[in-house]
Design a protein around this ligand. Structure first.
Ligand code: BGC
Length: 255
């Protein structure tokens, strides 16, 4: 019997990418198709780019569950925030908008939740008991809270207020680049951030994702925490994998 499959699409600030995923292994079964995110990040333009990606990815793939992840709070298919995207997403019935534009049912989720679910299903948090906190360090900071394998969605802990500011503006990878910080200067900011998370959640494991986690040896050893902190296994594909796996779990045919 062939393995279960689904399509994952990851919408980011600079690119939108998608692929067919083998849900028993987390392997990509198609090429990863990527197009630039349309300027301005308006909903209708993003739906159109997603349609183009889906047309390529789904060619010949049959009728698969489709998951789409996006950098905002997603509640009952509505996007409820817009930290690094157009304000037009706030309060938008995004899932319905995409279903109309794409002509197929989809499952719409937060991008960090998708990445966390991917790590719990196919990666660094697979089989880990207790509280796992995944953080993605990119343009913003995304977080996924997982307890005994179950995801608590929309934690949005990148926006914790520390030193009177929304701390993703200090500790995200974009802040390292913007302020031209050395690894050790940036690690000083990360230390504050992870110490606060540790005090609030007493996690059993921190997982650090986002593209910069491929350089984990340059900054993770500088952090002094009680909690083990390790890099994510799936960096650039985590959103695709998690969106696909969550869509399959929510599809009407799922058992
Ligand atoms: C957003 C989150 C998102 C994270 C990573 C934050 O600014 O508020 O929803 O998960 O960035 O993209």
């Amino acid at each position: 019997m062939s393995s279960p499959t689904a399509i994952g699409i990851d919408i980011g600030g600079t690119g939108i990418k998608g692929a067919v995923v083998d849900l028993s292994t987390g392997a990509l079964l198609s090429d990863r198709v990527k197009l630039p995110t349309p300027k301005g990040g308006r909903p209708q333009d993003i739906v159109e780019t997603t349609r183009q990606i889906l047309a390529t990815v789904s060619a010949g793939a049959g009728n698969l569950p489709i998951g789409v992840c996006f950098p905002a709070i997603v509640k009952n298919g509505h996007t409820m925030s817009a930290a690094n995207v157009s304000d037009k997403w706030i309060g938008l019935a995004a899932e319905t908008l995409f279903e109309k534009g794409l002509g197929v049912p989809i499952h719409f989720v937060n991008d960090a939740d998708a990445a966390g679910y991917a790590e719990a299903t196919f990666g660094a948090a697979k089989g880990v008991d207790g509280v796992v906190l995944l953080t993605t360090l990119g343009t913003g900071i995304g977080t996924a809270l997982i307890n005994d394998g179950a995801l608590v969605p929309n934690t949005e802990l990148g926006h914790l207020e520390i030193d009177g500011v929304d701390y993703e503006t200090r500790a995200a990878f974009s802040a390292k680049e913007r302020d031209d910080l050395s690894w050790s200067k940036w690690a000083g900011r990360l230390q504050k951030y992870y110490s606060r998370l540790e005090a609030l959640f007493s996690p059993d494991l921190f997982i650090v994702g986002g593209g910069v986690s491929k350089h984990h040896e340059d900054f993770l050893p500088l952090l002094k925490l009680h909690t083990r902190i390790i890099p994510a296994v799936h960096r650039n594909n985590a959103g695709i994998l998690g969106a696909a796996a969550l869509a399959a779990r929510h599809s009407p045919s799922a058992v």
